[in-house]
Design a protein. Structure first.
Length: 410
């Protein structure tokens, strides 16, 4: 039987995030170690260089960089952005020819396009159409977050592009059932039976680190309180940092004295300044520390915390930081959004509704009062993630999928 040997992965992004962690875990799994992998990503991708560093020991992986038309400096004027907006269909055609040239150089068996959100113009779309022209046998797209409705004034154009993709793609993969539902609701990609869709949940490696303070938090401005509670995500409004700060400000002083807040992640759109103002308003300057981007394995960051909070307000495609916390036995407080409930529930930690400051307050107090119960749930969570959502299972699922599609075509 012919086997998949050479895989191209197209990944367009601007920020460090869950997709880069997904790629690291996928490509470090045993199923991918003997494959020749070419990662094709945009030069503006802030997650690319850290991923290159983390995968540097794997000689089977190489990176190719291109300049994307679909990521750009947000400081452009309104009229420049407007002009750029209506040129996107033309940029898609230009990018198609660029990918024909890139992909032509090697005879790939499979193309994997790894997308965050779907619903806007992306380089991955051009890559898929170019791969079809070059007769690459397997062409799959992975959607990690939600699918949003097409850009305003672009609905007809976007639906036409999706029709082309329906005929070009071998399969469509989502990381959760919730993400698949957004595709059904907000796009025409899954209309009819032509394009088959599959759900392959994310997985994380089994933990190999000891629990200790990798962040050296005792050296920063925070007091040596009993518990370090923290969030590990980009600083954007939808992540719920403000909900945590407001909830923390309202808990009784005896609980407040037991906890310090650690916020780890790159900011977006001036969100750090907004949070800093809120912290100052509530007189919490000596209780909250920002660490921005930390060049550490995310598991080490989470191991430095006594409680991980994931307080996303609207949608989470999967919730990789929750799975990482589960894998290292760190207790978790999370909001019930998107695909989170597909692997996390009250048996594993505490699941609350989004945008509920009172529920966060109550959970923080409960965490202080009932440590044994929270730690016991964290151990249940660790066992669950290791058995059903580890990266080796994920790697095997992806490779089996690619191999089955390759066999069908060949």
């Amino acid at each position: 039987m012919l086997k998949v040997k050479k895989i191209a992965i197209v990944w367009e992004s601007e920020t460090v995030g869950g997709v880069s962690s997904f790629l690291k875990y996928l490509l470090q799994s045993k199923a991918f170690l003997d494959k020749k992998i070419t990662i094709i990503t945009n030069s503006e991708n802030k997650g690319a260089k850290p991923l290159m560093s983390e995968l540097s020991a794997q000689i089977n992986i190489k990176f190719i960089f291109f300049n994307s038309f679909f990521t750009f400096n947000r400081k452009r004027s309104f009229f420049e952005k407007l002009f750029y907006y209506f040129l996107k269909p033309l940029f898609l055609i230009t990018t198609y020819f660029r990918f024909k040239k890139i992909l032509y150089k090697e005879k790939f068996d499979a193309l994997l396009c790894s997308c965050g959100n779907y619903g806007s113009f992306r380089s991955e779309q051009s890559a898929i159409l170019a791969a079809q022209k070059l007769k690459i046998p397997v062409k799959s797209i992975i959607i990690h977050h939600e699918c949003v409705k097409p850009p305003i004034f672009m609905g007809i154009v976007y639906n036409f592009i999706n029709l082309l993709l329906i005929n070009a793609l071998t399969s469509l993969i989502t990381v959760s059932k919730a993400t698949k539902e957004t595709l059904i609701e907000n796009s025409n990609l899954l209309n009819g039976d032509r394009l088959k869709s599959y759900v392959i949940h994310n997985g994380v490696p089994k933990n190999s680190y000891d629990r200790k303070n990798y962040l050296n938090l005792k050296n920063n401005k925070l007091k040596n309180s009993t518990f370090k509670i923290g969030m590990v995500s980009r600083l954007s409004q939808d992540k719920g940092h403000e909900d945590l700060i407001e909830a923390f400000s309202k808990i009784p002083k005896k609980y407040k004295d037991k906890m310090d807040i650690v916020i780890v992640g790159k900011e977006e759109n001036g969100q750090k300044r907004k949070l800093s103002n809120l912290i100052e308003q509530y007189n919490l300057d000596n209780k909250v520390e920002f660490l921005d981007y930390v060049d550490l394995d995310s598991k080490k960051i989470i191991l430095s915390l006594d409680l991980l909070l994931s307080l996303t307000r609207k949608y989470e495609g999967f919730g990789l930081s929750i799975a990482e916390a589960m894998s290292v036995g760190t207790p978790v407080l999370a909001t019930n959004v998107g695909g989170v409930k597909e692997f996390f529930n009250d048996e594993c930690g505490k699941l609350i509704q989004p945008n509920q400051v009172l529920e966060i307050q109550e959970a923080l107090i409960d965490f202080c009062d009932y440590q044994y119960e929270w730690k016991n749930k964290a151990m249940i969570a660790k066992d669950k993630i290791e058995k059903y959502y580890n990266s080796e299972i994920m790697g095997n699922n992806y490779m089996d999928h690619l191999q089955s599609k390759f066999s069908e075509v060949k």
